[in-house]
Design a protein around this ligand. Structure first.
Ligand SMILES: [Zn+2]
Length: 319
């Protein structure tokens, strides 16, 4: 066992930004304050709590999952459940079949019926790894863009081709309405975290499931990002009225948290512009990079994330 108290925040951040260890190792260390970071930031009543995450009741019939990847990776990404008279939508199929099954059970328990729809926000494995588990619900319709489906088929480890074949496609560009009788959802085609992202949006109450376009408390993964599009799309999905944002990773966010995240995206862009001016590599700029004031608590899945983010920006800026 680690002596959790032997880590200070500063030491932990130093370790996570400098060592080559991955999230698995971070999870093994998982100092208490860091686990506390997730529980401290509960915004709504918690209706289910497991090692891999918690479900918060955002409003009647709307639940957000905040995964805790530091303890257990069954779900790994965030997502949610939206229930109406005519159906129950689950957002994401999560990292594992067990994670997807658990969410289907929660839909049953909370909404009284299994999922009628599962929406994939983008192709990454932590959002699509549990596709087979998600497809086990009777008559469930799985929705994704064509590019998301094709990329999962190409890149996904053990991608279930039979399940992917049955996916109903959401048109890229524009938005698609899902009518649940007493409530409807807008599935909006966006871009920036990957070449094809979806946000799932509700107007009353105002709730946006952002997929990985928005991260909160964790530095975003730019591996497939189109950074200028990301900045633009996050600004566009931000609303004027008070809104709950379900980020792809980290605690549920309000407008202030999304504002801080936009500032972070701008901060990374500025670091990339400076790197170009000084003629240094993204790797060098990433090593020098530090998070803006007030974000010292943010964690990273991998210490390479700074250089990766700056590198994606420099390739856009260099044309
Ligand atoms: Zn992602």
């Amino acid at each position: 066992m680690q002596d959790h108290r032997s880590y200070t925040r500063r030491e932990f951040l130093d370790r996570t930004t400098s060592c080559a260890a991955h999230m698995g190792v971070m999870a093994a260390a998982s100092p208490l304050w860091l686990r506390g970071l997730w529980t401290r930031q509960e915004r709504f009543p918690v209706v289910a709590s497991e090692p891999w995450g918690r479900l918060e009741e955002i409003s009647e019939g709307i639940w957000g999952l905040v995964s805790n990847p530091l303890q257990d990776r069954a779900t790994l990404c965030n997502g949610g459940i939206v229930a109406g008279r005519a159906g129950v939508v689950v957002i994401e199929s999560f990292a594992s079949d067990d994670g997807a099954r658990w969410m289907a059970q929660q839909a049953m328990r909370l909404a009284g019926r299994p999922p009628t729809h599962v929406i994939l926000t983008h192709h990454h494995g932590d959002h699509t790894g549990g596709l087979r588990g998600a497809a086990e619900s009777v008559d469930v319709i799985i929705l994704a863009t064509g590019l998301t489906r094709d990329t999962v088929l190409e890149r996904g480890r053990n991608a279930p081709a039979d399940v992917l074949e049955g996916v109903e496609l959401i048109g890229a560009g524009g938005s698609t309405e899902i009518d649940l009788g007493d409530r409807s959802l807008l599935v909006v085609s966006r871009r920036g975290h990957t070449d094809s992202d979806l946000s799932i949006e509700i107007s009353d109450p105002s709730v946006v499931f952002c997929g990985d376009l928005v991260w909160n408390g964790m530095f975003p993964n730019f591996v497939d990002a189109v950074p200028d599009q990301l900045s633009r799309n996050v600004r566009v999905l931000r609303r004027r009225e008070p809104t709950t944002y379900v980020p792809g990773h980290g605690p549920l966010a309000d407008d202030a948290a999304v504002g801080a995240y936009i500032d972070l995206l701008d901060h990374v862009e500025a670091a990339a512009r400076r790197a170009i001016e000084r003629g240094i590599t993204a790797e060098q700029a990433g090593e020098e990079y530090s998070l803006p004031d007030g974000m010292e608590d943010w964690v990273l899945f991998s210490p390479q994330y700074f250089a990766r983010a700056i590198g994606r920006w420099t390739s856009v800026l260099d044309g």
